[in-house]
Design a protein around this ligand. Structure first.
Ligand code: HEM
Length: 475
């Protein structure tokens, strides 16, 4: 009997001590941790982060804690110790310390589903990172985009014509699929009508699986995602192998895959598996990003007919000035747009998806009197900048005209929808071209009405309930 009492007492003491250490973690030496609460054991403060917020404002999880603790605070999500920083100076310092004091960090589910683990992971540092950026830069440079612009216009037009044949489309998925299929065609010659796998359907299940428990058991969402991921990876691997087999046969315009095949011969740190996963990563990155922005865009444009009117006027002027009425949008037309880029920036400013970018502290980081201990996760919240009332008067209002008065220096410092530092989005220019071109085709040739949905929620990623359903018709 006394053995049982002793064991229970030990267990109680151990659990109490563990709980105390969990709630009040200390930094090494004289370091002071940022203020905050670690929440419940294991769960941390995850539940508060997941409570939906039906506003474009900063998620209340962050807003409330900034009010209570200031712009840097500690917390914990699913057992990870986290420092959240909404301090612009700290954030730009952290972005400048990529690879030195901080490195990219993703949730375990994300790592597994995107194959971001292991030595040769596509999010790796050094040469791997350089290759990742330069390969995408070569294919998404303004010169490359200029050349592809007529194809992009034709692709968007063809897609919109198809949407006109349907009673309605769920716009986030529809735009995501359109962009993904174009990006895949552009980077590796993917043809949705001939390919063995419908890439947008598979990548859509993958994005759903990112929020599921990483349980690889038949019947779970995670298991289904891994199976779908395998199908896409196999398809890309086969495309690569087929191209390699007939490499020397045909002379044609070089896409990402052709370039990668050449690089495989000269760069011995590259492998076929790495190239396949890199391409898969690019396709994944292009999937929901633009779709989410455009989904919020449609909602905001529907609520602001005055913006639609000015947008339509800008594009009608382009059409009127054309010598040949059948010709496509040119690069010069695109560069001449003034109001459309302001609309795009304003939508990007309000989208703020995701709530923060994640990093891992490689070593202890001393900053503004606090210590961020090594191995802690850091959530860099830059959206506070986008909703700062000093910089953006009445920040929750959709007002593209505000951009007319902002100079480029202020914008560069206070507008970071594509992140910052050496990890800044490699598809930023491409995204801006796609968004402006899409708006051009829509306002010049089509009518649209939201027939269902439109309620937004941040949980903490931006979501749109059952989606925003739009009916399209030709003008
Ligand atoms: C509106 C659309 C988009 C937004 C708002 C966006 C946003 C971002 C952000 C914030 C990051 C930085 C992540 C971090 O620091 O942790 C990022 C990285 C990245 N994005 Fe995008 N993105 C968009 C579209 C795209 C597209 C279309 C592509 C590909 C074609 C792309 C490819 C990438 C890549 C490869 C990275 C990693 C860069 C690196 O690690 O050096 N993105 N994006």
């Amino acid at each position: 009997m006394w053995v049982a009492v002793l064991m229970v007492s030990f267990l109680v003491i151990y659990c109490t001590q563990w709980f105390y250490r969990w709630r009040t973690p200390g930094a090494k030496g004289n370091g002071v941790l940022p203020p905050g609460s670690m929440g419940l054991p294991f769960l941390g403060e995850t539940l508060s982060l997941l409570i939906p917020s039906y506003s474009l404002d900063l998620h209340p999880f962050v807003r409330k804690r900034i009010q209570r603790y200031g712009p840097i605070f500690r917390t914990s999500f699913i057992g990870r110790r986290v420092v959240v920083s909404a301090d612009p100076e700290i954030n730009s310092y952290l972005f400048s310390q990529e690879g030195k004091l901080v490195e990219l960090w993703y949730l375990d589910t994300f790592n597994k589903l995107l194959s971001l683990e292991g030595e040769n992971r596509i999010t790796g540092p050094g040469l791997i990172h350089k290759y990742m950026r330069s390969s995408l830069r070569n294919h998404l440079s303004p010169e490359a985009l200029k050349e592809k612009l007529p194809q992009l216009v034709a692709w968007i037009d063809k897609t919109l014509l198809h949407w006109c044949t349907k009673p309605s489309v769920e716009i986030k998925h529809a735009v995501s699929a359109m962009v993904l299929e174009f990006t895949a065609r552009f980077l590796c010659g993917y043809d949705v009508d001939k390919a063995p796998v419908d890439i947008s359907e598979k990548i859509a299940t993958l994005t759903k699986g990112l929020t599921s428990l990483p349980l690889n058991i038949p019947g779970t969402a995670f298991h289904k995602c891994l199976k779908d991921q395998e199908k896409v990876i196999t398809m890309i691997t086969n495309m690569l192998k087929e191209r390699r087999a007939k490499e020397a046969e045909e002379e044609k315009e070089e896409d990402f895959l052709d370039q990668a095949i050449k690089d495989l011969r000269t760069e011995n740190y590259l492998t076929e598996d790495f190239i396949v996963r890199l391409l898969y990563g690019f396709l994944f990155a292009s999937f929901e990003s633009i779709g989410t922005v455009m989904c919020l865009g449609f909602k905001l444009l529907a609520e602001h007919p005055e913006v639609m009117e000015e947008l339509a006027a800008e594009h009608e002027a382009i059409l009127k000035n054309r010598a040949d009425s059948d010709s496509s949008l040119t690069w010069e037309d695109y560069k001449s747009l003034t109001f459309t880029p302001h609309v795009v920036s304003e939508i990007l400013r309000l989208t703020n998806n995701p709530p923060g970018l994640l990093r891992r502290a490689i070593k202890d980081i001393e900053i503004k009197g606090y210590t961020i201990p090594a191995d802690w996760t850091i959530m860099v919240v830059n959206s506070t900048l986008h909703l700062d009332p000093v910089m953006y008067k009445d920040p929750l209002a959709f007002n593209p005209w505000r951009w007319k008065d902002l100079d480029s220096y202020t914008v560069a410092k206070n507008f970071t929808p594509f992140g910052g530092g050496s990890r800044q989005c490699a598809g930023a220019e491409y995204s801006k071209v796609v968004l402006a071109t899409f708006l051009h085709v829509v306002v010049s040739k089509y009518r649209w009405t939201i027939i269902k949905g439109g309620r937004i929620a941040r949980r903490p990623l931006i979501a749109f309930g059952d989606g925003i359903h739009i009916r399209f018709s030709q003008k």
